[in-house]
Structure formats: structure tokens, C-alpha cells
Design a protein around this ligand. Structure first.
Ligand code: LMR
Length: 346
């Protein structure tokens, strides 16, 4: 069952968490002894609706984890930014105030690893299978290993899918983005991508996007159809262009010390629950986005345009300068390796 949706004063919560973080080692160690009497609690915070692939996968993980550990672990899932918004959730995890997150890969560069924005380079992956091959291979493993010195443990990659553009005016080719005020996630690469298209860029948490679009502070944004539909962004937009220009996916993260200090059998059960939840997330992600797009079309609120190959080429050409513009924080060799492995049309 999904946890209730408390509106938590996150500042106060983080301050309290600061104190908790100071004792995280003792607490995590103590948890080994505590398992017989009270369950180990995993607070799993995320920022999207419980009905999205990520939301459903988090609940699936909860069900499997609780069942396989015979109730020795309790997983509390907090969807839709009810516990923390984008940036706060990473701080909370580092402090030990929550134990699991699944932030988008774009947001990990806020931890000081600019290379994570390699995932934001436009037209990088040919399809979902190409994305999986990359993250399940050496490149994906190496990226997760880079989180260890920050006290974080990367446990898995969860798919979402390809992003599209929406706006409050017709949008078919890259020139239509010029002058629009658009929202992106906190990624310099996404900011650069929008600047190259001539947009005015605004970085904001997902939780604020609907209101900014509704009140006209923003004209447009990019996201996957399942987020657009579940956050009701299409209700504040008139046009959608199926560009599939970037890929949105997640890293499932935990606090390293918490993870290492779990009893071995519990950790093994959680790993197996996560393996199955990952398979589940990746199986449903593409279908969820198809269904969301169909619902957006059926709502009759938005004109949906799917660019023909010639038009798509224009998008690719317009966004080609992003690789060069992001060299200061994405290692060009890493970008080249991702481009080769991603197999996108050159
Ligand atoms: C966004 O902020 O648009 C996405 O990262 C949200 C998500 O987690 O899918």
C-alpha cells in the first residue's frame, strides 16, 4: 500500500535529518540488532506520480521487499514530491534522512559529477534496447561506481523513455522553440540544449511546472508523455511535438553505509526484490508512455505533431552543437563512447 501524503516542512525535516545523519553509522549498525524486534524502515522518496512506471516500480519493490524479508523490512514510498523535491531529496539521501531514491540521471550532476549529464546529450540512444545495453554494460557500471566516494550506492537503472516538447504555441521544427520560456531539469546540458535552440531557460523542480505553465510564467517544457499526462502539464499546453530528442531514465540509489550495514540475508532479499522491480519498471516504461500519449491525444486539448524524417533531421542538426558546448563538464571521450554504444543516427 502506498504511504499517505503528508505535507512535510522539508527544511525542518532536513535539519532534523542533519542530527540524524551524525548518528547514521551508529543507527545503521544498531539496525542489525533491531531487526528482530522492529522492522528496518526504508523511506523511498520520488517526485513523480504513483501511476508512472517509476511510481509503480517503487511500489512493486516495496511489496517484494516486505514479502521476501518476512516483514523485517518496511518500505515507505513517498511519491509526487510529498517528502522532498528534486534537489532536497539528494541532500536528504546523503544525510541519511531517506534510504532510497530514484532521481533522473540528469539530476545527479548536482552531486558534482558533470559526466552524468552525458545521458542528457540529444539523440544519444537509438531506442530503449540501446539504452539498456549501455547501462547494463561497462559504461553504466562505471558511472554508478563514481557515486561511491559521495557515500552513495547506485543499485540499478530504471527506464522511462524518450522526451517530447510541449508548448503553448505550434511547435514542429527547432525554430519554433526560439524565444519560448521553457523549463528543464537541473542539468547544464539541458540548459545549453535550450539555449542553442534560442529559448529562455528556466530550471525548476517538476512539482512547480504545472503551475508555471498554467500561470503563463513558462511557455513550454520537455518531458516524457507519462510525466506530462500524470502531472497534467498537457492541460496547460496547446501543442506537443514527438521529437524523442532525449532519454529520461533513473538511477536507484541508497545510502552506502546504510546498505553495507544491513544484515547479509536482508541485503540479499532486497537485491533480489530490486532486480525484479527493475525488470518490471523496464518492461512497463515504454507502454506507459504510449498509453499516456494516447490519453493526451484523446483529451483533445493538445495538437500532437510527429515530425517526418526530414523534419527530424532538422532537429538533430539544430542540436548537434550541444556535444561541443558541454565539453567543459562532460568528458568528450566518455561522450564519444556513449555515442558509439548508443547507436543513434549520426
Ligand atoms: C523531471 O524533473 O522532469 C523528471 O526528472 C521527473 C522524473 O523523475 O521523472
Amino acid at each position: 500500500m502506498q504511504a499517505p501524503r503528508p505535507r512535510i516542512d522539508t527544511r525542518r525535516h532536513l535539519l532534523r535529518a542533519g542530527a540524524a545523519a551524525a548518528v547514521v553509522g551508529a543507527w545503521a549498525g544498531a539496525s542489525q540488532g533491531a531487526t528482530r524486534t522492529r522492522p528496518i524502515v526504508i523511506q523511498f522518496s520520488h517526485v513523480v506520480s504513483a501511476e508512472t512506471a517509476k511510481g509503480r516500480a517503487a511500489l512493486h519493490f516495496k511489496a517484494l521487499a516486505e514479502e521476501r524479508t518476512g516483514g523485517r523490512v518496511r518500505v515507505e514510498v513517498y511519491p509526487d514530491s510529498t517528502l522532498y523535491k528534486d534537489r532536497e531529496e539528494l541532500e536528504a539521501l546523503q544525510m541519511g534522512a531517506v534510504q532510497m531514491l530514484a532521481p533522473s540521471l540528469s539530476k545527479l550532476s548536482a552531486l558534482g559529477i558533470g559526466d552524468f549529464e552525458v545521458f542528457d546529450l540529444p539523440f544519444l540512444f537509438r531506442d530503449q534496447a540501446a539504452f539498456r545495453a549501455v547501462v547494463d554494460g561497462e559504461l553504466g557500471t562505471r558511472m554508478l561506481q563514481r557515486l561511491a566516494p559521495l557515500g552513495l550506492q547506485g543499485l540499478a537503472y530504471w527506464d522511462n523513455g524518450f522526451k517530447v516538447f510541449t508548448a503553448n504555441r505550434p511547435i514542429q521544427g527547432p525554430a519554433d522553440v526560439r524565444g519560448l520560456r521553457v523549463r528543464v531539469q537541473a542539468s547544464r546540458t539541458l540548459v545549453e540544449q535550450m539555449r542553442i535552440l534560442g529559448a529562455q531557460v528556466s530550471v525548476s523542480p517538476l512539482a512547480n511546472v504545472y503551475e508555471s505553465l498554467r500561470t503563463g510564467q513558462l511557455d513550454g517544457q520537455e518531458n516524457v508523455p507519462s510525466n506530462i499526462h500524470s502531472q497534467r502539464l498537457h492541460e496547460a499546453q496547446s501543442h506537443l511535438c514527438v521529437t524523442r530528442h532525449g532519454y529520461l531514465a533513473y538511477a536507484v540509489l541508497t545510502h552506502r553505509r546504510f546498505w553495507e550495514r544491513l544484515p547479509d540475508d536482508i541485503r540479499a532479499h532486497l537485491q533480489s526484490a530490486l532486480r525484479d522491480a527493475t525488470r518490471f519498471a523496464n518492461q512497463i516504461a515504454e507502454a506507459e508512455n504510449h498509453q499516456a500519449l494516447a490519453r493526451i491525444v484523446a483529451s483533445g486539448r493538445v495538437t500532437v505533431f510527429t515530425p517526418p524524417p526530414k523534419q527530424l533531421r532538422r532537429w538533430r542538426e539544430a542540436l548537434a552543437p550541444v556535444d561541443a558546448a558541454t565539453r567543459a563538464w562532460i568528458d568528450p571521450q566518455l561522450a564519444a563512447a556513449f555515442r558509439r554504444a548508443g547507436g543513434a543516427v549520426p
